[in-house]
Design a protein around this ligand. Structure first.
Ligand code: GH3
Ligand code: MG
Ligand code: MG
Length: 673
């Protein structure tokens, strides 16, 4: 934008300077011409004046002198007439005298025709008057001569005629003098005019020179700046041309370029055009693009193209051309019209890119696509069949089959899942699975496991069947067996779960477990269960360094009960004892039948002293209790507190030993080790 403004400014300045130069030199030339014309006119006038003066002077002088000479000669002739005795001679002389008079008058008339100043006219008047007077005197003299009065004639001549003639001669002489003065004045005036003309010429020349100098100075001042800028412009132009040359080279390397005239005749092609079309430049120049027409496009195609570019718009399209050898090649073509001075396109430049490879690939792709589409259609049909089969299988499956995507969104939900969890398929599809089905307590663990799963499709629970808790729509939790597997769909790991309600099985298992862990007579945990609990609690006590005390309890002389009351009564005693002790045992303590009439208590979080106190309370409780049919019985108790890193066998042995001590010390007592 700035460049354009600068360029406009320079153009304006250049125009301004050029106009100024033209105007300046016009003024100078006009001045010089006017000066020359004026001077020439002046000189011509001076010359004319001088000529006129010279001519006037010549005539004037001639006439004046003639008058003077004639006047003098007439006086001389009169004198001769007055003094001659020969009348014939006198008559002849009078004839001459008269002739001279005419001559005198002719000269005078000639002078009068000239341009005369008033003084001259006054002198001529004086001369006329004197002349008339002289003529009268002279006629008197002549009268005397022809009357034979020679003496009177001589006297009249000397006395009147000659003095009168002298006046005439004086007047003529003064006219001659005046004439000389006039000539001198005219010469002086002419000389003055000449000097003026020279001065005028000198001043005019000086002014013109100064003006020329000032114009030259002004022009030099402006032209140097202009030239410098022109030089800069020239450098810019050179660089632009160089860039254009690079661009042309780059274009020629990659593009097929041609230029046609308004009628479509090729006027320029680059090397690449020749190489691709296989035609030489002379074959192409002058012909039109029919030379590479492949016949693959309908007429309408080219008509549209011509309509577009002839209206001055750019046309773009893909054209199939034919090489000289008859083979086809495809070009991506852009045709740009160049608008001439008359506002209509007078040149078209075509830039083409060879896209034959792309076109071939497109064709291949097209065929490939068709094949692919057939395959897809076939596969789609197969898949539809398979899906129908799968739907029937999953629909009739007893187990819930659920599928989620990598975002935990449900993508499959069969009828069994609807029954199992209480949610319909419509409700579940697209929903997050775990927040709905997973018990809140498992949330953190599940989220961590799921983020691992979506990363690599692996996990602790993948490809195996796991028992876990689930939550139904009504909020109730129940156990399920879940078989999880991973499947990659569109590059993302998705999960498939097959779940089964295992509530009944769990209940059966629990019942069996209870059976296995319970003493059938007393309903107390049996020794197997006690061993398991003991092992767990010893580990816990070790881990947390919490106190743990074991009490072994044995009925004193129980053998005699059996012996005295029978075995069933013995059993009822065992049941009664179990009930009695159980009702006093702490909730977190374990009370089990160790075997026979022997029991064990595992007191957690209780040290020896506290437990001993508790054991003694039990001893008293039993001793004071009345057993049906039997009456009073006593028990002996052996007590051991777990010692750090002690083996379970050693721990048990110490409690057993304490019981033995209690027995041996008299029974109905508590001993500890
Ligand atoms: P002590 O004071 O030294 O313990 O004497 P005791 O008689 O209790 O000791 P002993 O171990 O000699 O006798 C235990 C008896 O307990 C022997 C056995 O018949 C009886 N017995 C073991 N199991 C049962 C049972 O389940 N029911 C009945 N009724 N008797 C049992
Ligand atoms: Mg006993
Ligand atoms: Mg015993």
């Amino acid at each position: 934008m700035e460049k354009i403004i600068n360029s406009r400014g320079e153009n304006t300045e250049r125009r301004y300077v050029t106009r100024f130069i033209g105007l300046g030199f016009g003024v100078v030339i006009t001045l010089m011409l006017a000066l020359a014309a004026t001077t020439l006119m002046r000189l011509d006038r001076i010359k004319e004046n001088i000529r006129q003066i010279a001519e006037d002077h010549t005539i004037h002088a001639q006439m004046a002198h003639r008058m003077f000479d004639v006047a003098r000669e007439r006086t001389y002739l009169l004198f001769k007439i007055a003094n001659t005795d020969d009348l014939f001679l006198a008559d002849e002389l009078v004839m001459r005298y008269r002739g001279l008079e005419r001559e005198f008058n002719q000269a005078r008339q000639a002078i009068l025709k000239l341009h005369l100043v008033p003084d001259e006219l006054a002198l001529l008047e004086l001369q006329r008057q004197a002349g008339e007077k002289t003529a009268l005197y002279q006629e008197v003299v002549l009268d005397h001569v022809f009357a034979g009065r020679r003496e009177q004639a001589g006297a009249a001549l000397l006395k009147d005629a000659m003095p009168a003639q002298e006046v005439v001669l004086n007047a003529i002489d003064r006219i001659i003098d005046m004439q000389h003065q006039e000539v001198a004045q005219a010469s002086k005036k002419a000389s003055e005019h000449e000097h003026q003309a020279y001065l005028f010429l000198l001043i005019g020349t000086a002014v013109a020179t100064l003006l020329s100098g000032w114009i030259a100075f002004y022009v030099q001042g402006h032209m140097s700046g202009l030239m410098r800028r022109l030089s800069d412009k020239s450098e810019q132009l050179r660089l632009s041309l160089r860039d254009l040359e690079f661009q042309k080279q780059a274009l020629d390397e990659h593009a097929i370029v041609s230029i046609t005239d308004a009628r479509g005749h090729i006027v320029y092609v680059n090397d690449r055009f020749c190489a691709v079309s296989q035609y030489s430049r002379p074959e192409l120049i002058g012909s039109d693009h029919h030379i590479v027409n492949s016949g693959q496009h309908p007429k309408q195609f080219f008509q549209d193209m011509w309509r577009t570019i002839a209206s001055g718009q750019v046309w773009h399209g893909q054209v199939c051309n034919r090489r000289k050898d008859g083979s086809f090649y495809w070009v991506d073509t852009t045709i740009r019209p160049f608008i001439g001075d008359d506002g209509r396109p007078d040149r078209y430049i075509s830039i083409r890119t060879d896209i034959t490879t792309v076109k071939e690939a497109e064709t291949l792709l097209k065929f490939g696509n068709e094949e692919l589409e057939d395959m897809v259609a076939q596969r789609t049909a197969e898949l539809a069949e398979r899906e129908a089969v799968l739907q029937r299988i999953t629909g009739s499956a007893q187990d819930a089959i659920v599928m989620i995507d990598h975002n935990d969104r449900v993508t499959f939900w069969n009828a069994a899942a609807e029954r199992l969890f209480g949610y319909s398929q419509e409700e579940m599809l697209g929903q997050l699975l775990h927040p709905l089905l997973m018990p809140a307590a498992m949330k953190a663990r599940q989220e961590a496991a799921f983020s691992h799963f979506v990363a690599d499709g692996k996990g602790e629970l993948v490809d195996k069947t796991t028992e876990m808790s689930a939550r139904r729509r009504d909020g109730s939790e129940f156990p399920i067996d879940v078989s999880l597997s991973a499947v990659k769909i569109k590059g993302k790991w998705c999960g498939i779960g097959i779940a089964r309600d295992v509530t009944s099985r769990k209940q059966a298992e629990a019942a069996l477990q209870l059976l296995a862990d319970t003493d059938t007579l007393t309903r107390l945990p049996n020794r197997r269960k006690f061993d398991a609990v003991l092992s767990t609690e010893v580990s816990r006590a070790q881990r947390h360094a919490t106190p743990l005390t074991l009490v072994m309890l044995d009925i004193d002389h129980f053998k005699s009960v059996n012996d005295s009351y029978g075995h069933p009564i013995g059993d009822s005693v065992l049941i009664e004892l179990a009930r009695l002790v159980s009702s006093h045992i702490r909730a977190h303590d374990i009370f089990a039948r160790w075997g026979g009439e022997e029991f064990a208590i595992l007191a957690t979080h209780s040290d020896g002293e506290e437990t001993r106190h508790f054991a003694d309370k039990l001893r008293l409780l039993v001793a004071e209790h009345t057993f049906p049919s039997v009456g009073h019985l006593t028990i002996s108790l052996g007590l051991a507190t777990y010692q750090s890193d002690e083996r379970i066998e050693d721990f048990l042995a110490r409690a057993d030993k304490a019981l033995y001590v209690a027995k041996s010390e008299g029974r109905n007592r508590v001993e500890s080790l």
